[in-house]
Design a protein around this ligand. Structure first.
Ligand code: ME8
Length: 645
C-alpha cells in the first residue's frame, strides 16, 4: 500500500462538447482550473488536473455527418486540436479524457448495469420535447405552443421512445441533508440556494438512455439503447482515475482518500453537477467528497457569444496580438465566482495598460534598474530596519499573503488578485515615499537606501510567487530577473525577509509594452468590419438556383399595422388576378398609408407561413443601404403584372 506523505488535490473542468468551438468563455474554465491546480501544487499538494472532451450524442453524430466524417475520426480530430490549444495556453493538465475511449466506455457500461441491478435505473417510456442542441428534454410549459427550446431558442423535436430512468426522488432527502451539513459543498451560496429550492420543488426521474441515435455507449444488457450523454459525461470524473478497473490507485488516492476534490462548472450545467452527479455517486456508494465551484459566463456587450451574431472571440485572437499572460490575467481578474463578466477589447487594453504595463511592469523595471544603479545589482538583508515605512510595507505584504491564500484556496481568484495588486501599488507608493534618488545623493544614507532596495526586492519576490499560478510565464521571468533561487520560491518561503544576499540581472526586457489605446481601437474596428462583411456574405448560387424564385410585380391594395407589433405590417397585394396577404417587417421604415398604390416586387412562390396568427403568402422585396435602413423596391412603369426574370 502506498504511504501518503502529501496532501492531495483533484481538480476537473467540465468536459467540452466536441463541437470544435472552444472560445474564450470555455477557455476561462480551463484557465481558472489551471490556476487552482498550480496554486495547490505550489502549496505542496500532490495535484491531479483533469480535463477532456464530451464526445457522444445526437448533436455530435449530426455534426460529423455534416462534415462527411466518421464520428470517431471527427471527435479525435477535435480532441487533437483542443489539446494543442491547451498547450498553447500553458494549461498544466495531468490527463485528458475522451468519452469515446475504451477506458471510459467500458466502465460506464458496468456502472449502468450496476445501477440497473440495484434498481436505481428502470425501463419506461419517455415522451417529450427534445432539444438536440442542448441534449435535453423540456416540459410543455418550457417549450410553449411553438415548441421552442427555452435555453437556445431553437425548435425542439417531439420524441417518444422506450427509455431507462434514474430514480432521483429516492435520494432527494439525502442530497438535501448533504447540502445542509456541508455549507461549502456548492459555491457561491447563491448557486447553492438555487439548487436547494429546485430539489425542494420535487425531482422527476431522469431519462438516461436513448434509442433514437447510435453514437453513444451501448447499454450492455440491452444494446438498442445507448447511455444518455449526461450519465456518460459525468462519470468521466471517476473513470479517468481508474474507478471500476483493476487499477484504481488514482481513484483511491485522489478521491477516496483525497483532501481537496473540486469540480468547476459554468452556471448552465449547475443542476447536472449539483443534483444528478451526487445522486449517481450515492447510488454507486461513492462518497460525495467534492466541492462544486460555479462560475458565470464571459459575455460580450451583445450578450452571449454566438456564431450568428458573429461575436465569438477565440483565445488565439487575443494571444496572437497581446501574448498569453495578458489573456490569462484578464479572464481570471475579471470573473467573480458565481457571476458573469464582460469581455471587450477596450476593457482588455485598459487592464493591460493599467495593471500589467503600469503597475506591475513599472515596479519590476524600476526596482531592478535602481538595484543595478545604486548597488551594482546586489541586495543584502539589512541588519536593522531604520524607516517605519519599511516596516509598514513588510506588514502589508504579510497581510496580503494571508488574504491571498484564503482566496486562492477557495477559488476566489479575482479577490486574491485585487489584494496582490494592492501590494504592488503599495510598493510603488513606497518608492515615491522613500525617494531613493534623493537618498542616493547622500553617502550617509547608504544603509537606508539598501533597506529600501531590499524591501522592494522582497515585495517583488512575493508578488511574483503569488501571481505564478495565474501568469506563470511572467512570474518566471520576474523571478529569474531577480535571480531568486528555487529554494526561495517554495511555499514555505512565501514570507517576507528570507533573502539574505542576491544579485539581480543587469539588463531586463520590458514585460508588457504599453499599448496605444487609439491604435488598438482602430485595429479592432477594422477587424469587426471585415468580420461583419464575412458574416453577411452568402454562399454562391447558380442561375438554376435563382430561377427557382418566382418574382412578380404586385400592387399594394391595403397596408395596416399588425396589432401588438412595432415591426410588422399586413398587406393585401394584387398579383395578376389574385389578391394575397403578405406580412412584412418594415413598420419602422414606412407609414402604411404611404405604401398603398405602390407597385412592388414580391417573391410569389415562398411557402406560406403563419406569423402571429396571420397567414403570409409571399415576401415583399426590400433592400438596405445601411444597418438602419430598409427600402421597398418599387417598379416605376405601369405595365402588366409580369413575371420578372
Ligand atoms: O456543457 N463563459 O459542454 P460545453 C464562460 N459537455 N463559460 C462558458 C461560456 C462562456 N461564454 N460558454 C460555455 C457541456 N462555457 C457538457 C459538460 S461535464 C460532465 C459535461 C462553459 O462545451 C459552460 O458553462 O457546452 C460549461 O461549464 C463549459 O463551458 C462546457 O460547455
Amino acid at each position: 500500500m502506498e504511504v501518503k506523505n502529501k496532501k492531495t488535490c483533484y481538480v476537473t473542468t467540465p468536459i467540452y462538447y466536441s463541437s470544435g468551438n472552444v472560445h474564450i468563455g470555455n477557455s476561462y474554465t480551463t484557465i481558472a482550473c489551471d490556476v487552482f491546480a498550480r496554486y495547490y501544487r505550489f502549496k505542496g499538494y500532490d495535484t491531479f488536473y483533469l480535463t477532456g472532451m464530451d464526445e457522444h450524442g445526437l448533436k455530435i453524430e449530426e455534426a460529423a455527418k455534416k462534415a462527411g466524417k466518421d464520428p470517431q475520426d471527427f471527435v479525435n480530430q477535435i480532441a487533437k486540436e483542443t489539446k494543442l490549444l491547451w498547450k498553447e495556453l500553458n494549461i498544466s493538465n495531468d490527463d485528458f479524457i475522451q468519452t469515446s475511449e475504451l477506458r471510459h466506455t467500458k466502465v460506464v457500461q458496468q456502472i449502468f448495469e450496476q445501477l440497473l441491478q440495484n434498481g436505481d435505473i428502470y425501463l419506461g417510456y419517455y415522451e417529450g420535447d427534445y432539444c438536440v442542441s442542448c441534449e435535453a428534454f423540456f416540459t410543455k410549459t418550457q417549450v410553449g405552443e411553438e415548441g421552442i427550446c427555452p435555453d437556445c431558442g431553437k425548435p425542439t423535436r417531439k420524441v417518444k421512445e422506450e427509455s431507462y430512468f434514474l430514480r432521483l426522488k429516492k435520494y432527494s432527502a439525502r442530497l438535501l441533508k448533504h447540502i445542509a451539513d456541508n455549507p461549502d459543498f456548492i459555491q457561491p451560496e447563491s448557486r447553492r440556494n438555487e439548487v436547494v429550492s429546485f430539489v425542494e420543488q420535487g425531482l422527476e426521474d431522469l431519462c438516461v438512455s436513448r434509442t433514437s441515435f447510435k453514437w453513444g455507449i451501448p447499454v450492455l444488457s440491452n444494446p438498442k439503447h445507448v447511455v444518455y450523454v449526461w450519465i456518460d459525461a459525468l462519470c468521466n470524473y471517476i473513470t479517468a482515475l481508474g474507478y471500476g478497473t483493476n487499477n484504481p490507485a488514482l481513484f483511491e488516492k485522489y478521491w477516496l482518500k483525497g483532501d481537496t476534490v473540486a469540480h468547476v462548472v459554468g452556471k448552465d450545467i449547475l443542476r447536472f453537477h449539483a443534483i444528478f452527479w451526487p445522486i449517481i455517486l450515492m447510488a454507486l456508494n461513492i462518497p460525495l467528497n467534492f466541492k462544486l465551484y460555479v462560475h458565470g459566463w464571459v459575455l460580450m456587450k451583445e450578450g452571449k457569444m454566438s456564431k450568428s451574431v458573429g461575436n465569438i472571440v477565440f483565445p488565439r485572437d487575443v494571444t496572437s496580438r497581446y501574448g498569453l499572460d495578458s489573456l490569462r490575467y484578464y479572464l481570471v481578474r475579471e470573473m467573480p465566482l458565481g457571476n458573469d463578466c464582460l469581455f471587450s477589447y477596450d476593457r482588455f487594453v485598459e487592464r493591460y495598460n493599467t495593471d500589467l504595463a503600469n503597475d506591475l511592469g513599472n515596479l519590476v523595471s524600476r526596482t531592478i534598474a535602481m538595484i543595478n544603479k545604486y548597488f551594482k545589482g546586489y541586495v543584502i538583508k539589512p541588519e536593522q530596519i531604520l524607516n517605519p515605512i519599511s516596516v509598514e510595507l513588510s506588514k502589508f505584504a504579510s497581510e496580503t499573503i494571508e488574504k491571498y491564500q484564503d482566496y486562492f484556496a477557495n477559488f476566489r481568484f479575482q479577490n486574491g488578485l485585487i489584494e496582490v495588486w494592492n501590494l504592488i501599488n503599495r510598493a510603488n507608493k513606497y518608492i515615491d515615499e522613500t525617494s531613493p534618488w534623493v537618498l542616493a545623493k547622500d553617502e550617509t544614507k547608504k544603509e537606508e537606501l539598501n533597506e529600501v532596495m531590499y524591501h522592494l526586492y522582497e515585495s517583488l519576490r512575493l508578488i511574483a510567487m503569488m501571481i505564478s499560478p495565474v501568469i506563470p510565464g511572467t512570474a518566471e521571468t520576474i523571478l529569474s530577473n531577480l535571480n531568486v533561487s528555487y529554494a526561495n520560491r517554495a511555499w514555505n518561503k512565501l514570507v517576507f525577509g528570507v533573502t539574505t544576499r542576491e544579485k539581480v540581472q543587469e539588463k531586463i526586457e520590458v514585460l508588457f509594452k504599453r499599448l496605444d489605446v487609439l491604435e488598438e481601437q482602430k485595429y479592432h474596428q477594422n477587424k469587426t468590419a471585415k468580420a461583419e462583411n464575412k458574416v453577411n456574405a452568402k454562399a454562391e448560387i447558380t442561375i438554376t438556383d435563382f430561377e427557382k424564385v418566382d418574382i412578380r410585380v404586385g400592387e399594394i391594395l391595403e397596408a395596416n399595422k399588425m396589432e401588438g407589433s412595432d415591426k410588422l405590417l399586413i398587406f393585401k397585394i394584387k398579383i395578376e388576378d389574385s389578391v394575397r396577404q403578405i406580412i412584412s417587417g418594415i413598420a419602422q421604415f414606412y407609414q402604411p398609408q404611404e405604401l398603398v398604390g405602390k407597385r412592388v416586387l414580391v417573391v410569389a412562390n415562398l411557402k406560406p407561413v403563419t406569423i402571429r396568427g396571420h397567414l403570409s403568402e409571399g415576401m415583399i422585396l426590400t433592400a438596405s443601404s445601411s444597418k438602419d435602413s430598409l427600402e421597398i423596391i418599387q417598379v416605376m412603369k405601369e405595365n402588366s403584372f409580369a413575371k420578372i426574370s
